[in-house]
Design a binder for this molecule. Structure first.
Ligand SMILES: Cc1cc2nc3c(=O)[nH]c(=O)nc-3n(C[C@H](O)[C@H](O)[C@H](O)COP(=O)(O)OP(=O)(O)OC[C@H]3O[C@@H](n4cnc5c(N)ncnc54)[C@H](O)[C@@H]3O)c2cc1C
Length: 374
C-alpha cells in the first residue's frame, strides 16, 4: 500500500472532504483519512446545509462569497452549486442589523439582495403581525444543500482519483525533518503537509484555548405550513429550515461548551420548550406545531467567531482548518480553494500573493498564541 503523500487530510466532514477534493484537483498526491464514515460523525452529520453569502463579520466574507477567488471555479464549488436548492434565504432583523449586513456585502453583491422595510414580502405576509418592528432581507441566490449527498460525492471523487481511508482513526501525528508521520492503528503514513480538519475533536495538538466544542441543539417540528425558504430570525436568535411539506427544523439556544466534543454534556435541557416558545412568537400556534424530535449536535468554536485556517505554528507542516462556529458548511468550497492554492504553492515553492495572504491573516491560528504570550 502506498504510504507517502504530498498532503494527508484528517477528517472527512464537509471541510476535510472539500479540501481534499480541491487538492486532488490541483494535482497533488492526497490521502483523506476518516475515523468513521464520511460526513457521518461530526458537525456535518447534522448540518442544516444553509448556504448564504451575507455575513456580519466582513473578515468572513471572502469565505462565504459564492464563486471562486482565483478565476477557477473548481470541482468543489461546482458540486455545491449543483446540489444547491435555490430557494433564497430570508433574514428577519432590525433595520440596524440589515444595514450592517448590507455594509458587509459592499456594492459587489447587492444585485441578489432585496431589502424590505417590513416582513410582508415573505410568505404572503403571514409573519407581519408578529414582526412589526423588523425589516426583511432576502438573499435570492442562497438556499440549501443536501450535505450527505455532497460529501459522499466529494469522497467518491477522492477515492477514484486519490486515496480515501475511512473507518481509520488517526492516533497521533509526529513532525520529523520537514515531513509529518501520521499514525493510525497499525499504519504509519507520511506526508509533506497534513491538514487537521477534525472539527471539535482532534488527535493533533492545537494552540491552547484556541478552539473549543459547543453544542448546537435543534428540534424538528411538524406544522401546518413550513416557510418557503430558510429564515434567519435575528430577533429570536434562531433559524427555521423547511425540510418537507409539514416538517421544519428550528435551532435551540440552551447550549453547553467543553474543550473537546467527547467532553460535551449532550442532555436535551429544555431546548424543546425553548424552540416552541420561539416559533410561537413567529405566529405558529402551539396546537398545530408539534415537536417530533430534538437532537444535540455540536461544532468547533473559537472565541472571536472566526475559524482557524493556517499553520498550527509558524514552522509547522500541520495546517489547521477548524473552528467553523456553526456556519462552516457554506464556507467549505472557499476554504478548500484557499488551501489548495496555498499548499499547491508551497509544494511548488512559489510565493503567496498579497490578496491571498490578507484573507488568510484573519484566520491565522497564531492570533491566539500571541494573545496568550503577551
Ligand atoms: C445542527 C447544525 C446545523 C448547522 N447548520 C449550518 C448551516 O445551515 N449552514 C452552515 O454553513 N453551517 C451549518 N452548520 C455548521 C457546519 O455544519 C459545520 O461548521 C461544518 O459541518 C464543520 O465541518 P468540519 O468538516 O469542520 O467538521 P466535522 O463535520 O465535525 O468533521 C470532522 C471530521 O473529522 C473526523 N475525525 C475526528 N477525529 C478524527 C481522527 N482522530 N481520525 C480521523 N478522523 C477524525 C470526524 O469523524 C469528522 O467526520 C451547522 C451545524 C450543526 C451542528
Amino acid at each position: 500500500m502506498k504510504t507517502s503523500f504530498d498532503v494527508i487530510v484528517i477528517g472527512a466532514g464537509v471541510m476535510g472532504s472539500s479540501i481534499a477534493a480541491a487538492l486532488v484537483e490541483s494535482g497533488l498526491d492526497v490521502a483523506l483519512m476518516e475515523k468513521g464514515i464520511a460526513g457521518g460523525q461530526g458537525a456535518t452529520r447534522d448540518t442544516g446545509g444553509i448556504v448564504r453569502g451575507l455575513e456580519l463579520d466582513p473578515a468572513l466574507r471572502p469565505l462565504t462569497r459564492r464563486g471562486a477567488h482565483h478565476g477557477n471555479t473548481g470541482i468543489v464549488h461546482a458540486m455545491f452549486e449543483q446540489a444547491l436548492k435555490r430557494t433564497g434565504v430570508a433574514y428577519i432583523a432590525s433595520s440596524e442589523v440589515c444595514g450592517r449586513y448590507l455594509d458587509a456585502v459592499g456594492s459587489e453583491g447587492t444585485q441578489s439582495v432585496e431589502l424590505h422595510a417590513s416582513v410582508s414580502a415573505l410568505d404572503n405576509g403571514r409573519f407581519t403581525p408578529f414582526c412589526r418592528d423588523e425589516c426583511l432581507l432576502i438573499e435570492r441566490d442562497g438556499g440549501m444543500v443536501d450535505a450527505r449527498v455532497t460529501v459522499s460525492n466529494l469522497c467518491r471523487y477522492i477515492s477514484e482519483k486519490a486515496t480515501f481511508l475511512d473507518h481509520l482513526a488517526v492516533d497521533r501525528c509526529v513532525e520529523l525533518d520537514g515531513m509529518v508521520q501520521v499514525h493510525a492503528s497499525k499504519l504509519c503514513l507520511e506526508a509533506t503537509w497534513v491538514v487537521d480538519a477534525c472539527g471539535a475533536s482532534s488527535p493533533v495538538s492545537r494552540p491552547v484555548g484556541a478552539v473549543h466544542a459547543r453544542t448546537i441543539p435543534f428540534t424538528r417540528l411538524s406544522c401546518d405550513q413550513v416557510p418557503s425558504m430558510p429564515i434567519i430570525a435575528h430577533h429570536l436568535n434562531t433559524y427555521l429550515l423547511p425540510l418537507g411539506r409539514n416538517l421544519m427544523q428550528v435551532g435551540g439556544q440552551r447550549r453547553h461548551r467543553a474543550d473537546r466534543a467527547e467532553q460535551l454534556n449532550l442532555s436535551l435541557l429544555d431546548n424543546e420548550q425553548d424552540v416552541v416558545e420561539r416559533v410561537t412568537r413567529l405566529g405558529y400556534d402551539r396546537l398545530h406545531t408539534l415537536p417530533v424530535v430534538t437532537q444535540i449536535a455540536w461544532d468547533a468554536y473559537t472565541e472571536d467567531g472566526r475559524p482557524l485556517i493556517g499553520r498550527s505554528t509558524r514552522e509547522s507542516h500541520i495546517y489547521l482548518a477548524t473552528g467553523f462556529c456553526g456556519i462552516g458548511f457554506k464556507m467549505a468550497p472557499s476554504v478548500a480553494e484557499l488551501l489548495a492554492f496555498e499548499l499547491g504553492g508551497l509544494m511548488a515553492g512559489s510565493q503567496m500573493e498579497g490578496e491571498h495572504r490578507s484573507i488568510m491573516e484573519a484566520f491565522c491560528p497564531s492570533r491566539f498564541t500571541e494573545v496568550a504570550f503577551s
